[in-house]
Write a protein that binds this ligand. Sequence first.
Ligand code: C5P
Length: 432
Amino acid sequence: MRDSERIFTGKRILLVIGGGIAAYKSLELIRRLRERGAEVRAVMTAAAKQFITPLSVASLTGDVVYDDLFSLTAEATMGHIELSRDADLVVVAPATAGLLAKMAQGLADDLASTLLLATDKRVLVAPAMNLRMWLHPATRRNLALIEADGVRRVGPDDGAMACGEFGPGRMAEPPDIVAAVAAALDAGTLVPLPPEIAALANGRLESGKSLAGLRVVVTSGPTREPLDPVRYLANRSSGRQGHAIAEAAAAAGAEVVLVSGPVDVPDPPGTALVHVETAREMLRAVEAALPADVFVAAAAVADWRPVVQATEKLKKSAGATTIIEVEENPDILASVGRRTHARPRLVVGFAAETGNVIPFATAKLGTKGCDMVVANDVSPATGTMGGTSNQVHIVTRGGVESWPRMSKADVARRLVGLFAATLRGGPRGGGA
Ligand code: C5P
């Protein structure tokens, strides 16, 4: 990878696709940005969907396409404010004359124009339109206004147009837009609040700090239940999902205690980590970390532990079968969910199942006294257990919401958005 291309690694680009024939080039733009290591999230205007399909865009971004300002599902998980701020850079390609006019006026009447007004990041536009539209005094005025506001621009190019005319108005080619994205990322893309407002907001308005001032306790990873000094019962949990939730909650401004069983994944930044081995140690560490506003039980706690933990290594006796007697471990989630005193306002469990996922998860709301169960299928064919992606269903007493497969980091970020939205909805009562 060339040095100039490293700037894309891990960067999040929010691509607003406007309604013009040049939208087909946006598909290639997505591919080129992702090839360089950027994540691309796409928003389409209603007109854009007349030119290219959301399915093509979703296939290339590997994410859902955002297009509805009033989608309750999207608002609860990744609302328009978060969508516009979760990015490192907002790119509008093609930027139609209509979109430029809305940007110049600050008009917010659909998802694309609303997030362009709500964003705290730099915006790069790649205009595309008929040459008369490009040369029209109204477009000249709008462009002058948005450039004075700090919006960056790439193109348009001169050339033959789909409408049969020739002149300026063709959208810049994807390699040129990629170069402009690199230059914008290099220049720094956060547009800070004026200092007097930033001081007033006291950090709470900072990008994405939706859990500021709250305490979150997360369990993660497997537990190990010793059989003798060298052997134990455990499971294949990697801790990736729980660790990602702890990291996302910390990034959202929460004070996070992460109680983790033995895992190989790195310690998430910004969290207080408590390492434990057995279920009983995990329960003690969780109790010590409470009270909290949110408790997330993402650990795959061993259901049983050997009744006897031998102090010496157990010996085999040739040909004989051995029975290992096990007893039940404490249920950490249920003990927190059923608390009548100092119960966290939001108690979230996980349900990893290999079939009948939603009925089992729904039952857990009651048996464990939790407010939300994040359910997923961990059948080996899904690759979820130990893998980097996840496909979850959010089960609450209000119903079930299924999210598309996405990275565990994205699941974590969306869950954190959902926790914040749920807590804003008011305090909850005790569990079932
Ligand atoms: O009943 P099941 O083990 O499927 O429930 C899974 C949920 O319960 C997860 O959230 C897990 O972290 C939690 N759990 C727990 N303590 C146990 C068993 C499960 O906290 N002993």
